[in-house]
Design a protein around this ligand. Structure first.
Ligand code: IMP
Ligand code: MG
Length: 237
């Protein structure tokens, strides 16, 4: 990925792919909108046999993580020692691990949280609930939620309100992917890696029945690899 795709370098008309008040509300306090993907970068050498198409290759992810980390690092330059990164398990495992290592801040806390989606099938989520203990000692801390994908928005809405209620100084969200659907586009997210079409994707942390999280790229799943019967709800996102 080259720098001309970062929103700072885009012509004004292209800068804000998220039209409307949500994007405007966050524009003034930094942030990064979802990058558009270009066909010429959709290469991946070792493709898993269950993957139909690569949506975001590993090199594009790595470059985007560096770009996100640079902007986030700048935005939190005042918060050294009072930044708490909260990766949402399990989907953000790889993304969060790469992102925190790319951040310039050296003193930050990392506290995991697990959010479970109930009532969903393999490829959809409905309703969210926090599983287990909430991150502790958030009072006065700047919280950065890190998640794999913004879909219904339930996860981010739930975590934001929980953390604010526990006295966080502020709460922001960083997601690797955001689906171009109304529920996702209308959910506030300050840092967005890539905007993608409304497809079910796996890889780089994202799963189908806990499989494919280890793939270094994000791609779509072949139809043959998807079981037909719905899975029981309650799995970790
Ligand atoms: P939410 O609907 O925005 O709350 O997202 C809930 C969770 O659903 C995400 O963190 C993912 O774990 C999962 N999810 C949503 N869309 C996909 C997808 O396309 N592939 C894999 N997991 C997904
Ligand atoms: Mg998740």
């Amino acid at each position: 990925m080259t720098n001309e795709h970062l929103h700072e370098q885009r012509p004004p008309a292209e800068r804000d792919p998220v039209a409307g008040p949500v994007a405007d509300a966050h524009a003034h306090r930094g942030g990064l909108h979802g990058e558009r993907l270009h066909e010429d970068r959709l290469h991946e050498d070792r493709l898993h046999e269950d993957i139909e198409r690569v949506l975001v290759p590993s090199a594009a992810i790595a470059a985007r993580v560096r770009a996100l980390a640079a902007v986030i690092g700048e935005d939190y330059s005042h918060a050294d020692g009072r930044l708490t990164v909260v990766p949402v398990m399990t989907g953000s495992l790889l993304f969060a691990a790469d992102l925190v290592r790319a951040l310039p801040q050296r003193r930050m806390r990392i506290q995991l949280t697990t959010v479970s989606s109930y009532g969903g099938t393999h490829t959809s989520s409905r309703g969210s609930a926090i599983v287990g203990a909430l991150p502790k000692h958030l009072e006065g801390h700047h919280i950065l939620i890190v998640d794999d994908i913004l879909d219904s928005g339930g996860t981010l809405r739930l975590l934001r309100s929980e953390f604010m209620a526990r006295g966080a100084a502020d709460v922001r969200a960083c997601v690797l992917l955001r689906k171009r659907i109304p529920s996702a586009m209308s959910t506030p997210a300050e840092y967005v890696g890539f905007d993608i079409d409304d497809e079910f994707v796996v890889g780089y942390g994202l799963d189908y029945d806990d499989l494919y999280r280890n793939l270094p790229y994000v791609g779509t799943l072949r139809r043959e690899a998807q079981r037909q019967e719905p899975r029981a709800g309650g799995g970790a996102a």
